[in-house]
Design a protein. Structure first.
Length: 333
């Protein structure tokens, strides 16, 4: 690890003014320190958000929940407001990482974590190509070990997935990220916050380096989550062992029922693309919340999946996770 300058900002204005020249933001530090150790990032200046008051608040403001970017995953997962109005988010936070990491990791940083692709998460010098680390060097996972990689939105330049659990729930719940930068404040819908490799390529990137719509001089300060009366949500995470493993696939579902039929539902899948993948759900409106009714509809909504040679299992697994999340949210599990 190389030497760097450290600063602790006392206000958002102070922190935003210090961004640029490859400065990095640190909150819990559970990701940034790993990036620096592996050579993924080498910032000459680190700015600590911890001195800004109020960024860990969780409150209800009218018809929205506000979750501050410095709220830790354990704080969110145990908060009564979140459990009552954004259950899927609370569940996603408590299923992320280990208890020790959740006590440090913030939701602002969690959604910005990098892929868990082992070709990417290696120490320098890399013995293989990785366009995220060395642009133009190729993607070793494309024709290598890709059992955990994308089935949607990938390109030959990169087949990595976004690993955040809370990001999937936030996308499903139609949350917005409140970001502040040199140009002021704006809101980015979480279902659009991350970019697939195809979306990044359409914006002029090679499809590997650009991962979000966050500008270099912007930071996340909070998330706004609509409170939908009568809606219930759930998060399902499928992993090889129930400890601190990252998801093979995950699913968040939010459901509103009219008698014994689905009146509205939103579904987001995790670990299947470089962003939480929202499924088209129009065909589910009017359906009975039963496995027999939902399974074929979810399978049809997954018809545009493009599995890689080693991960076709993810298509079936994601279908089953989505059905299970729907049934759980509808109280039918």
């Amino acid at each position: 690890m190389r030497e760097f300058e450290y600063a602790r900002g006392a206000s958002l204005q102070q922190i935003v003014a210090g961004l640029g020249a490859n400065a990095a933001i640190i909150a819990g530090g559970t990701e940034l320190l790993n990036w620096m150790r592996l050579g993924i990032a080498d910032p000459p200046r680190i700015i600590d958000l911890g001195g800004v008051d109020g960024l860990d608040r969780i409150s209800r403001e009218g018809d929205h929940l506000t979750v501050g970017a410095l709220a830790t995953l354990n704080m969110i997962g145990e908060d009564p407001l979140v459990l009552a109005h954004a259950t899927a988010l609370g569940q996603a936070c408590l299923l992320a990482a280990s208890a020790q990491v959740r006590n440090r990791a913030t939701i602002g940083g969690n959604v910005l974590q990098k892929t868990r692709c082992p070709y990417f998460r290696s120490e320098v010098p890399l013995p293989w190509g990785c366009n995220k680390r060395q642009p133009g060097s190729g993607c070793a996972a494309r024709n290598g070990i890709n059992a955990r990689h994308a089935i949607f939105g990938w390109t030959d330049a990169c087949v990595a997935v976004q690993p955040s659990d809370p990001a999937v729930a936030l996308s499903c719940l139609d949350a917005e990220a409140e970001v502040v930068g040199a140009s002021g404040c704006r809101f980015i819908p979480m279902k659009e916050f991350h970019l697939t490799q195809q979306e990044a390529a359409a914006l002029g990137s090679d499809g590997a380096e650009l991962e979000t719509r966050l500008a270099p001089d912007e930071i996340i300060v909070a998330y706004r989550i609509p409170v939908r009366n009568g809606a219930r949500s759930a998060y399902v995470k499928v992993r090889e062992r129930a400890s601190y493993e990252y998801a093979l696939v995950s699913a968040a579902a939010c459901v509103e029922l009219d008698a014994d039929r689905i009146a509205r539902t939103d579904i987001a899948l995790g670990s299947v693309a470089q962003r939480p993948w929202r499924l088209a759900t129009e065909s589910l409106v009017g359906a009975s919340p039963t496995r027999e009714a939902l399974a074929p509809l979810i399978q049809a909504a997954m018809s545009d999946a493009r599995p890689l040679p080693q991960n076709a299992y993810k298509v079936t697994m994601a279908c089953n996770a989505a059905v299970r999340a729907l049934l759980t949210a509808a109280g039918q599990s």
